[in-house]
Design a protein around this ligand. Sequence first.
Ligand code: NDP
Length: 316
Amino acid sequence: MAEKVLVIGSGPAGFTAAIYAARAELSPFMFEGFQAGGSPGGQLMTTTEVENFPGFPDGGISGPELMDRMRKQALDFGTRSVMEDVTSVDLSQRPFKVTTSTQTVEAHSLIISTGATAKRLWLDAENDFWSKGMSACAVCDGALPPYRNKELIVIGGGDTACEEAQFLTKFASKVYLVHRRDELRASKIMGQRTLANPKIEVIWNHNLVDVKGDGWVETAVLENTVDGSKKELSCSGIFYGIGHKPNTGFLEGQIATDETGYIEPLQAGSTATSVEGVFACGDVVDQTYRQAITAAGSGCAAALDAERWLSEQGIE
Ligand code: NDP
């Protein structure tokens, strides 16, 4: 028998959708994927303290613990979950078919919350220093004590990198923006603000090629993209701002996305997609806010939209 609601993806958006769908007695089924480099739970699994999720006033909560709690809440209300990556979907007719390496499940409605993955450079040094001075989210990690009043580096030249650099100046003594070209990609206003900020120094035409330190980032090794020369820069943190990739490859073009692969909502303010009965929430539709709390909020909206749609179809 087809599931009423199948949730794909297990970050804050997916678990919130599952909690709402479970409490609406829709008995949701969830595929928890492995998108964050090997662990269900999404991008929060790779961050340390989360201090900006409301409700945790005394020092915040660790990313993995927050996800554990959301997961428990979803399962306690009756979500059935399987830790498998979805490899393909067939949205050509209802019920939809969702396939993993071991099974195909049919569902009347889908909630897609597969998130986005922050791009990395995949330097060997990331194995040693990720979450120990290296991060892809300044808003998540930048206010933590090890980064305060220290010299920090942001990699990239787009809006994300400029926004991260400006955000970090609230805490850091100085921020170096390391960009591989001699011109920013960021929007004009964002670029102007960045260049005008006295705490930001742009290092043009350089790539990060290695990181050194004793258990925490201490030195960035930069390579000049013009003449290949290398130099070392002392710092206590390195933040990647080189873009995100939405996890939508498994959809194989069956849902409308923008040119970079983010799912496009059918209309503003709704989680409905171009395929009736398929809803999307969290970072897989959001290039702007990308926060756990905004993802959770849109997960709630997706569950309410799915519930309403199922009811209109007479599937209760
Ligand atoms: P972008 O793709 O716009 O920029 C990525 C930046 O990272 C570029 O400067 C790029 O360099 C650099 N980069 C990419 N790969 C590498 C690499 N391997 N090594 C070194 N540098 C690399 O991504 P963003 O996340 O900045 O922005 C995505 C979209 O979201 C944009 O449309 C942006 O406008 C929007 N956005 C809007 C915000 C706002 O309005 N507040 C905030 C954040 C994002 P190069 O320039 O050489 O290609």
